[in-house]
Each structure stands twice: as structure tokens, then as C-alpha cells.
Design a protein around this ligand. Sequence first.
Ligand SMILES: Cc1ncc(COP(=O)(O)O)c(C=O)c1O
Length: 397
Amino acid sequence: MSTAPHPLSVWARNISPSPTLAVDAKAKAMAASGVDVCSFAAGEPDFDTPEHIKEACITALKGGKTKYAPTPGIEVLRQAIVERYAAEYGLKATSAQVIVSPGGKFNCYLGVLATCSPGDEVIIPAPYWVSYPEMVKLAGATPKFVLCDDRAGFKLTPAQLSAAITPKTKLLILNSPSNPTGAVYTRAELAELVGIAVRHNLYILSDEMYEHLVYDGATPTCLATLSPEAEARTITVAGFSKTYAMTGWRIGTTLAPLPVAKAIAELQSQMSSNVTTFAQYGALAALKEKDKTGAALKTMLVAFDRRRKALHAELNRIPGVRCLLAQGAFYLFPNISSFGLSDLEFCNRLLETEHVAAVPGSAFGAEGYLRLSYATSDETIAKGVARLAKFCAALRK
Ligand SMILES: Cc1ncc(COP(=O)(O)O)c(C=O)c1O
């Protein structure tokens, strides 16, 4: 007689798969079967990694950089990361505070694991990046969401933060520029939030993954530079994926106060060891060959900015759609609540009838919106938004 296997673990049963990856995969499968899909679902630049970065990786690979590397990253890369924080933000750190991990997603997860225990609460402003709640749950902690809608510019206010803090709150997650809204907090806005976090002795996970993708003269803030107290409790996550079109390389960075950095390195030593050794030499070239990297970034920024403005203008021409002109990342987050459909239903029908892929706002904790990525060609944007307009017009009949 055979016995049914035990149910899977509580971790496996409670995890929600990434909805953004799911929509993207569905759109790609439709396209592969010959359907002319306009996808706004991608969470990655539609540019290739700059040549000099690839070359440095190939040279390292051919030169035998094929063995294990130190868990927190090769020392030259960690040092280059320290130097870039000093040059860009005047932040003084040491390489012992830097951990290179397999993708910014893992950096965030390790930051949560290093600071949160079962029973702790973590404040996550919504709309949020889809992975934060799952990471918090995997640490046995409890996510506490605070909704920040488009009328508030998708930003957490000091009053909202104060009201959400309880004696159990351990960590505040902030993400500027934001995925999914593209919102960029000003330095003054962040200073107020950080002041409150410091007073309540919270850790802060500052996800600065999109720091270099800003428009209209907006400046990114390195949260740890706001005050010595902020520096002492902030885990700064950034990476190579978005800025250098290196999503497939899986390289992210953490800069944290020394005790936290040590804990993160120890967790990583048991969970993934080091980032692929020769890939780290590509990342090093991205930081060292500044002129070439800067030129490649400029080309991307010019294209993203042009598409951002075009998409924003077209969206606001559609009756019933309301969209803010976000200043960062490569997403817009239009409000489609006037159509009387759930955003999930809206996205499903949009994909089935007009072959346009968008991610529903509810995946990011904000019902009634769409996340549209403009990291796609100008042609796709023009065609896709025209189809969206047709779809919306039909809904209003
Ligand atoms: C806000 C945010 N943080 C972190 C990441 C993780 O990036 P990576 O591809 O390096 O894991 C992403 C990727 O989508 C993101 O949008």
C-alpha cells in the first residue's frame, strides 16, 4: 500500500510566484506561437550589455577565472563599488561593508533575512515591487502594507509611516526610483521618513536598483547619506541589472553597516556562495571603464526618456485613463479604475482581444492600475497604446 507523500512545506505552500515574470512568459509564449503581441510587461532594458563589459568577462573566463571566488565578491570589485559610492554620493565606506550577490533580488532577500525574525513586522509602501512581501514571509515576518495612491504621487507620507509603526516593526522598505510606479522621492521627503525610522530604531532596506534611470533633472538619493544615524541602519541595495542592461548576469550589490554586512555574507556563504567568478570581472569593467559605460547609459536614457514622454502623452489622451509622468525607472502606472473592471480582468481581456501585455496593479498591491514598461521599442509603444485606446473605447460603449 502506498502512502501519499507529506504536504510540501509551509514556505512552499505560502509563496506566490512572481506575477510579472508570469505575464511576461505568457506574452512571450503567445509571440512564439506567431501572435503579434505588444508587450509592456518586461522588467528589463531592451538594450544589450555594452561590448566592453562582455569583453572583460570573456577575457576573465579565458584567463581561468573559473574557480570559486570569496563569498562577498572579488576584492577589486568590492573596492570599485566603494569608490563609486564615494564619487557619486560622497559616501565613505570600506569594502568589508560590500557584498556582491547573485542579483539584486537576492541582495534584498538577504537584507530581510539578516534583520527580521519570526513575529517581526516590515512596513512596505504599496504599490510595491512584487518580491518584497514574499521575502518577508519567507523570513517568517509579517508584511504591513501602506497604500500610497496616484493622488499622493505613490509616495509614503510621514503621517502614514508614523501610523503604521508598532512595537513589532523592525524594518522599513523604501524603493526610489520605484518599480512599479517610477516615482522618485526627493531628498527632503526621504529625510523626513528616515527621521521617523531612526526615532523608532528601525532598519531600512533602501532598494536603489533604478538609481541611474532618472529624468527631468530628478536626482537619486543615496539614503544612507542622509545622516550618520541613517547610515548606521540602512541596507543599500543596488546592482548592474538595470543600469548596465545586465539582467541575465545576476549581479547585485549590498552596502550595509559592518555587523549587518557580516551577517549577510555568512547567510550568502551557506545559500549561494559567490556570484559567478568571471561575471564579476564584467561588472568590474562596467565600473572602471567609465567613459564607455557612461556613453552606453546615456544612449539608453535618451531612448527611455523619449518613450516615457510619448507613452505618457498617449495614455492621457485615452478617455478614462489617468497617468502621472513618473521621473524614474522605466515604468508608468496608469489608473484604469474608471472602467469598472478589476485590473486582472482588464489585463486578461486586453491580452486576449488586443494582444497587449500589461501587468495588473493588484500584483503590486494596488488595485485599479496597470504597470506598463517602456523598455520596449518606439514602434511597440505606438502600436500597443493605439490598441489599448481601442480596447478602452470599446469598454466605454
Ligand atoms: C525594485 C527592484 N529591486 C530589485 C530588483 C532585482 O534586480 P535583479 O535582476 O538584479 O535581481 C528588481 C528587478 O526587477 C527591481 O525592480
